[in-house]
Write a protein that binds this ligand. Structure first.
Ligand code: AMP
Ligand code: GLY
Length: 426
């Protein structure tokens, strides 16, 4: 079949790498792709947000199946428009993508259906939000309701910070219309994990857990980023905890979405806090995480195209999903200055030496080719991924590969996986 992957990050490179191996995949396109993706797919220069052009391309090229990487086109209805054109797609409809597109919708759904999450209030007016904050005993988190490129969440240590966060989002309109409504949430305390499930509207199948590293510097310090590294699985989620998450969180959410006339198809990515009272939902995303997808694809052992297709066709219950019993770890290499200002166009050398390290895979997150040269073309530029028997083993291989890469204008965190390595050593 002819497949189109939408997006241009490390997530999409990992998806393309996995899908290209499927015997079912006859031709693979990516829009817009990057220099790494171009090694396994034909890249077409249509932006991931350009829903109408993507639909036109899919129709003209008679694409059989579209796999959507990022959230924006999902929230903007790409899957709905493809469905109108009778083209199958992996990913939720716009109505189901509201789980990520509107935090107020998501929290209200969980509250109505008694799915574990923190206490919260939703406000469309700053004074009411501040009054609610005044009445809270503990610290709060202030969030813009809509999509804000991962930046619309402000963890507040005291009431003055919380009031300032309300002004920032609602009065200064730092995230534009995404801040028309704000949420004020109870600050949950515990260890944070990501949990992924494949969903076909009705059936949910657990994929795997992963742990992201959001802060830019070692020891989880500095500003938050899209993610500087991840590993999967996390030792925090054993079989018993996974069962509990599926039974008390994931399946009830899928049932609630179906009951509300918004059946969810695609991958449900739950950001969970493992609190002393058990797992609670911090957020939902309606797509694979990036860089988490890179470690998930490195561990996936069934045919990934078949698994994604089963989600779209509503036949997950009859599809076997299998995993390698190993650990994968990804170290993100970013351009100096990220997540602030950074330069584009610097040359990256010796990627082949990194890829030659046993068990290592080099995914491109933000690159472009210029002749034979590979140039940095984004903030997060590479996802150096490795599989191993333990987190420590995967970590050693990933850094061995990182150290082969010749890119003086790039940097990475040197401690990806530290929590799990500490646990392994106990
Ligand atoms: P979100 O985009 O909603 O996941 O928020 C980004 C990050 O903020 C999360 O990954 C958490 O680290 C943190 N966060 C969000 N909501 C809460 C909360 N209610 N309690 C504690 N931390 C939170
Ligand atoms: N790495 C976090 C995300 O993709 O949202």
């Amino acid at each position: 079949m002819k497949v189109l992957v939408v997006g241009s990050g490390g997530r999409e490179h990992a998806l393309c790498w996995a899908i290209a191996k499927s015997p079912k995949c006859e031709k693979l396109y990516a829009a817009p792709g990057n220099a790494g993706i171009a090694q396994v797919a034909e890249c077409v220069s249509i932006k991931a947000e350009d829903v109408n052009e993507l639909v036109k391309f899919a129709k003209d090229e008679k694409i059989d199946f579209v796999v959507v990487g990022p959230e924006q086109p999902l929230v903007d209805g790409l899957v709905d428009k493809l469905a109108q054109a009778k083209i199958k797609a992996f990913g939720p409809s716009a109505k189901a993508a509201a789980l990520e597109g509107s935090k107020a919708f998501m929290k209200d759904l969980l509250a109505t259906h008694n799915i574990p999450t923190g206490a919260y209030g939703v406000f469309d007016e700053p004074d009411a939000a501040k009054e609610y904050i005044l009445r809270q005993d503990g610290p709060v988190v202030v969030k813009a309701d809509g999509l804000a490129a991962g930046k619309g969440v402000i963890v507040c240590h005291n009431k003055n910070e919380a009031y300032a966060a309300i002004d920032h989002i609602m009065t200064e309109r730092a995230f534009g219309s995404a801040g028309d409504e704000v949420l004020v949430e109870e600050l949950l305390v515990g260890e944070e994990v990501s949990f992924f499930a494949l969903v076909d509207g009705k059936t949910a199948v657990a994929m795997a857990s992963a742990q992201d590293h959001k802060a830019v510097h070692e020891g989880d310090t500095g500003p938050n980023t899209g993610g500087m590294g991840a590993y999967s699985p996390t030792p925090l989620i054993d079989a018993k905890m996974q069962k509990r998450i599926m039974e008390t969180i994931i399946q009830p959410t899928i049932d609630a979405m179906a009951a509300e006339g918004r059946p969810f198809k695609g991958v449900l990515f739950a950001g969970l806090m493992i609190t002393k009272d058990g797992p609670k939902v911090l957020e939902y995303n309606v797509r694979f995480g990036d860089p988490e997808c890179q470690v998930l694809m490195a561990r996936f052992s069934s045919d990934p195209l078949e698994a994604l297709l089963a989600c779209a066709e509503g036949r997950l219950a009859d599809t076997k999903i299998t995993w390698k019993r190993n650990t994968a770890l990804v170290v993100v290499m970013a351009a100096d200055g990220y997540p602030g200002h950074y330069a584009k166009g610097t040359e990256i050398k010796a990627l082949d030496k990194a890829a030659a390290v046993d068990g290592a895979l080099v995914f491109h997150a933000g690159t472009k080719a210029k002749g034979k040269k590979i140039l940095a073309n984004g903030g997060r530029v590479l996802g150096v991924t490795a599989v191993g028997k333990t987190v420590k083993d995967a970590q050693a291989k990933a850094y061995e590969a990182v150290d082969q890469i010749d890119w003086p204008e790039g940097f990475c965190r040197r401690d990806i996986g530290w929590r799990a390595v500490e646990r392994e050593q106990k």
